[in-house]
Design a protein around this ligand. Structure first.
Ligand SMILES: Cc1ncc(COP(=O)(O)O)c(C=O)c1O
Length: 343
């Protein structure tokens, strides 16, 4: 990694305008308590939960770039979707409120059995309403974008100018946006005087990992990006990472290798949105050693994967790792019952 390669990538990225919706750079902090407890490599955390607007999270970094198009083309409404406790759609709703746009969301039911009555009304579900989004209840069919696109067509027919935000804000441009996180990690780790052997994070709709892979290939070529599958669909996640990474690389005019894409299976628990013992252990360790709030759907499963890999001996004491806290704490309140019963 040289300062030249960071400057070159930063120049390429600067060709893509961003709206300035989120607070960047996000902090990179050392986790002494958790690292000491695990007795292995030094773990650092990239606080993507602190991107700011509307309770923050990883999607804002993508939206900052993607929504530039909505403003440039004079759209009046953002349209997206997700499950009831989707952090992604909550961040779209927050962005719409901030930008003075209307927001319509396809709320998918049936991807998971609601774990509690609070699941339907608390956390992200509550915030969507607070931020003024119009919610459309639709059944989950496995096609993540079909219902969102139907709402887009409906709004067009009514004379509105809707802007389609894909499920998870995952697209080539979304991944371009997220590649900025790899650039930040490169700059910050250089300033802090360490070399990250790996960047580890949870991977779902794949845009986050695609951006990290493309950004790391330019700014941190010896750092491994490790995505932990939390959707229980590792093959689908890997294929989508490849697709969005290729699209992002084309947009940026850079390259990466297919070997840079690693999606680790086996840490999703029984199903998407269903926490298991390792999820709860990760939440507990992050809370008690670092005062960090991880959610049981995404970030805690990501940390559970990292803990398992450390225990398997993949990295040693003396090495440094970056774990990305992708946000998601509002969903915690939909799972409070579980936490109370077990702890
Ligand atoms: C808190 C949180 N972490 C991680 C992810 C996964 O990111 P991606 O969908 O870009 O793979 C999501 C996606 O919804 C999320 O809400």
């Amino acid at each position: 990694m040289t300062s030249d390669s960071l400057t070159t990538f930063s120049t390429r990225l600067a060709r893509f305008p961003r709206l300035g919706l989120c607070d960047l750079p996000t902090p990179l902090e050392r986790l002494d308590g958790l690292s000491g407890y695990l007795g292995g490599p030094t773990i650092w955390i990239k606080r993507e939960d602190l991107t700011g607007l509307g309770f923050g999270g990883n999607k804002l970094r993508k939206l900052d770039y993607v929504l530039q198009e909505a403003i440039a083309t004079d759209c009046d409404t953002l349209v997206s979707g997700g499950v009831v406790q989707s952090n992604s759609q909550r961040q779209v709703a927050a962005a719409a409120a901030k930008l003075g746009l209307a927001c319509h969301l396809a709320v998918y039911h049936g991807r998971l059995t609601p774990p509690s009555p609070a699941y339907e009304t608390s956390g992200n579900a509550l915030l969507n309403k607070l931020y003024g989004a119009t919610l459309h209840d639709v059944p989950w069919t496995g096609d993540r974008n079909a219902a969102i696109l139907r709402i887009v067509e409906h709004l067009k027919a009514e004379g509105h100018k809707p802007f389609f935000v894909p499920y998870g804000v995952s697209s080539g441009l979304g991944a371009v946006g997220y590649s900025s996180a790899a650039l930040e990690v490169a700059q910050q780790s250089q300033d802090l005087g360490f070399f990250p052997a790996a960047i580890v994070h949870c991977s779902g709709s794949a845009g986050t990992q695609a951006g990290l892979v493309v950004g790391a290939a330019q700014c941190l070529p010896r750092t491994r990006v490790v995505g932990i599958d939390i959707d229980a669909e590792p093959d689908r996640v890997e294929a989508d990472v490849m697709t969005y990474a290729q699209e992002a690389a084309n947009l940026l005019g850079v390259s990466f290798s297919a070997e840079d894409v690693e999606v680790v299976a086996g840490h999703a628990g029984p199903a998407y949105g269903v926490p298991h013992a390792a999820t709860l252990e990760a939440m507990k360790l992050a809370g008690r050693h670092e005062a960090l709030a991880l959610d049981p759907v995404y970030s805690a499963k990501g940390l559970a994967g990292l803990i398992a890999l450390i225990r398997e001996g993949r990295w040693r004491k003396g090495e440094d790792l970056v774990f990305i806290h992708t946000g998601g704490a509002p969903a915690l309140f939909a799972y409070a019952h579980l936490w109370n019963e077990r702890n």
